[in-house]
Write a protein that binds this ligand. Structure first.
Ligand SMILES: *Cc1c(COP(=O)(O)O)cnc(C)c1O
Length: 368
């Protein structure tokens, strides 16, 4: 018998996307079952990590992979790996970087806050970020100018979070860093469908979250160069101790990668597009709403629905509507990145048909 009592908790419909304060994603029944098995047993963690590495290599084509606690942890640990390698003395010394190269080049436009400033995730390792260019501009010459003997790595980001159009040409930036032997790490936390594409840029390490679209338990994947991946594991005896992957996370990742490998992405994408266009059509029938489908700006295989609220026809404006949806029961969370332009964003990847009905009913209730 369960002793859990969750009756006082808020029931949530998550149309916001893979958002940490909402628990990120829904894990499939099979992955849940495999994680349950994992929790009840012992394993050699090194064997689990090796199995994850081999399995991820088949999926991504990479030399090696390590599993960490999450992508934020992956950033700190992979920067540490470029500084300390697998040297036990250096691993033990961090975050004291005396005698190590410790400058991390990062374009200004990539200095995002995903709930934590990314610069802090770098600094936690002991490294010092060198911010290049401005929000709208970061030329290859700017990047090249900052490359020096002090650099340990260059960190680039691929994310729909980049609010302005990304001024950095990732492949060209990788080329420049390579020319100067500076390792490149790409934070592609929400890019699990595109790990192979990001590796194709020539990056040394690609970081992806397990719990976002892959929908495993919370985990970070560090994918790429064998020695650097090994060095990320080496940090587990140092600053990475609190950032290690659990047995249930590694087995959850293995199970989720199994599901992903057997997924027909083309069919899945069609299903997602049908869901969005149906939602757009039904939203457009609500007075004061004009809805459209917006493809993911980073080429992930799905679109989002954006609803423009016409204040002169609807009962309230977009920011008020977003608040009212959140305060209802169930609480409906949407993407508010374009709220100031009068728009609400809906990510429906993990939303059920029944939830879609509830969202549309609530929109009508609030707008008409
Ligand atoms: C989500 C995200 C992170 C943090 O990922 P966690 O796995 O929650 O630690 C880091 N960078 C980017 C770009 C993200 O989207």
């Amino acid at each position: 018998m369960s002793h859990l009592d969750l009756t006082n908790l808020t029931t949530v419909i998550n149309a916001r996307g893979t958002f940490t304060p909402l628990g990120v994603s829904r894990t499939s029944p099979q992955v849940c079952a495999d994680v349950t098995t994992a929790l009840a047993n012992y394993y050699l963690i090194d064997e689990l990590q090796e199995l994850a590495s081999q399995t991820l290599s088949k999926y991504t084509g990479a030399e090696a992979t390590s599993v960490t606690h999450c992508s934020a942890a992956s950033i700190t640990i992979s920067v540490a790996a470029t500084m300390a390698g697998s040297s036990p003395e250096k691993v033990a010394a961090l975050p004291d970087t005396t005698g190590m190269r410790d400058h991390v080049i990062i374009p200004a436009a990539h200095c995002v806050n995903y709930g934590q400033p990314i610069l802090q995730a770098i600094r936690l390792s002991g490294a010092k970020p060198v911010v290049v260019g401005s929000q709208d501009e970061c030329s290859l010459t700017d990047l090249e100018k900052q490359i020096s003997d002090n650099n340990t790595c260059c960190l680039l980001l691929v994310s729909s979070r980049l609010v302005t159009d990304d001024p950095v040409d990732i492949s060209k930036a990788v080329e420049i860093a390579k020319k100067h032997n500076v390792p490149i790490i790409i934070d592609g936390a929400a890019q699990d469908f595109r790990i192979d594409k990001l590796l194709d840029t020539g990056a040394d390490l690609v970081l992806a979250s397990g719990q976002k679209y892959l929908a495993s338990p919370t985990a970070g994947l560090v994918v790429g160069n064998r020695d650097l991946v090994a060095a990320t594991r080496a940090q587990e005896t140092g600053i990475g101790r609190g950032m290690k992957a659990t047995k249930e996370a590694i087995i959850g990742v293995l199970s989720a990668i199994g599901e992903r490998t057997s997924l027909n992405v083309g069919e899945w994408q069609e299903m997602q597009e049908a869901k969005i266009s149906n939602f757009v059509e039904r939203s457009n029938a609500i007075k004061g709403v004009s809805a459209r489908s917006v493809p993911d700006p980073t080429f992930m295989p799905f679109s989002r629905a954006y609803l423009q609220i016409d204040e002169s026809k609807a009962r309230c404006d977009a920011p008020t509507l977003i608040k009212a949806l959140k305060n209802g029961s169930p609480a409906i969370w949407v993407n508010d990145d374009k709220a100031s332009q009068g728009q609400l964003g809906f990510e429906l990847v993990q939303i059920t048909d029944q939830e879609i009905d509830m969202i549309l009913a609530r929109l009508e209730e609030l707008l008409i």
